[in-house]
Ligand binder design. Structure first.
Ligand SMILES: [Fe+2]
Ligand SMILES: [Fe+2]
Length: 345
């Protein structure tokens, strides 16, 4: 299988419009009005419209409240931040690596924007933890990704697939890495997000949950962008569009859902207000959504709707016409009305 070569920065002999997303030819000059895939312009605009920084979120109340959370809640809080940090650190890097091997300059640009947001997500976890707990506990939380057995088992396939692409970049390994990116953006974060929204609906740690909702919005748009790029790349490489590859994707989704459910029982089992059966349905509903975005069929027909009704107030209906649930912000994150559609994500 041909190894993808790292693309030159500029290659004036080639045209500005790329001949392929990966393994093609392009000059390196990006003209958004002359793209091989014109709809990629909108993908970038939607992501850019979500700009925010962690420091803008007021943590004053959370600082006071953290000490009043139950011990179980405090532990889950630190574990889940540990999980999110373990996912968002590598997300920054994988976005840059995909950019490195993409020929199409619009894909490089989208990936650069995603990488920037992932780096802010990662920063936001340090920002939250430094607001609410001691340095010792912050350190433990950030060590979880390489010390907690359940978390490591849960992340084992992500590690394999991401590292395989890093060590052996081919069309196949980049497609697989993008499938896992879609899983991260659209599924792996969501039981963690639900934990914070559940606190918020009990008027606890609203600052943290506000930040989580901004991260959540970003991840939904990233999932949309990556799955669109994946579909376009697969269409350009039809020899990979096989039954075996489709089965591989379904298998990864089933495995990921299983892992997510094990993880959610482990970390949320004793949290008041979270029904684990409802959570399992929510995770399966997310899996269905992401499969549809990849152009595949749903594998959990009984979960075409979100069974975790209460979470809709926080995440499921983001769009610019509704007021932010979290009243502490008056910012309008999405500035251009025709570039929305969170309901579809
Ligand atoms: Fe992220
Ligand atoms: Fe993301």
């Amino acid at each position: 299988m041909a190894t993808l070569t790292r693309v030159k920065v500029l290659n004036p002999a080639h045209s500005n419009k790329s001949t392929a997303i990966f393994g093609g030819e392009a000059s390196g000059i990006l003209n958004w009005n002359d793209l091989a895939h014109p709809h990629f312009y909108t993908l970038r605009q939607r992501i850019r419209s979500l700009f925010w920084t962690a420091n803008e979120v007021d943590m004053t109340q959370d600082v006071k409240q953290f000490a009043n959370l139950s011990k179980v809640e405090q532990e889950a809080f630190l574990k889940i931040i540990g999980l999110l940090a373990t996912l968002d650190g590598p997300q920054t890097v994988i976005a840059m690596k995909i950019a490195d091997f993409a020929t199409d300059p619009s894909v490089k640009s989208i990936m650069a924007t995603i990488a920037d947001q992932e780096s802010e997500h990662n920063h936001s976890y340090a920002y939250v933890l430094s607001s609410v707990t001691t340095l010792d506990k912050q350190m433990v939380s950030f060590e979880m990704g390489r010390t907690d057995e359940v978390l490591m088992k849960r992340n084992a396939r992500i590690v394999d697939i991401y590292n395989e692409f890093a060590e052996n970049p081919t069309i196949e390994t980049v497609l697989k890495a993008m499938v896992y990116t879609t899983l991260l953006e659209g599924l792996f974060f969501y039981s963690g997000f639900a934990f914070f929204y559940n606190l918020a609906r009990h008027q606890k740690m609203v600052g943290t949950s506000t930040m989580i909702s901004y991260i959540n919005r970003d991840e939904l748009q990233h999932g949309k962008a990556i799955s669109d790029i994946f579909r376009a790349a697969l269409a350009e490489n039809p020899e990979y569009n096989t039954e075996a590859f489709t089965e591989w994707i379904y298998d990864q989704f089933r495995h990921s859902v299983e892992q997510e459910l094990i993880w959610s029982r482990y970390v949320l089992g004793e949290i008041e207000g979270i029904d684990l059966d409802e959570m399992a349905g929510y995770v399966k509903y997310r899996a269905n959504k992401m499969l549809r975005m990849l152009g595949l069929s749903e594998i959990y027909p009984e979960f075409t709707d979100n069974p975790m009704k209460w979470i809709r107030a926080y995440v499921d209906n983001f769009d610019d016409t509704k007021t932010d649930f979290f009243e502490q912000t008056s910012r309008q994150y999405v500035k251009t009305s025709d570039l929305n559609g969170f309901d579809d994500l």
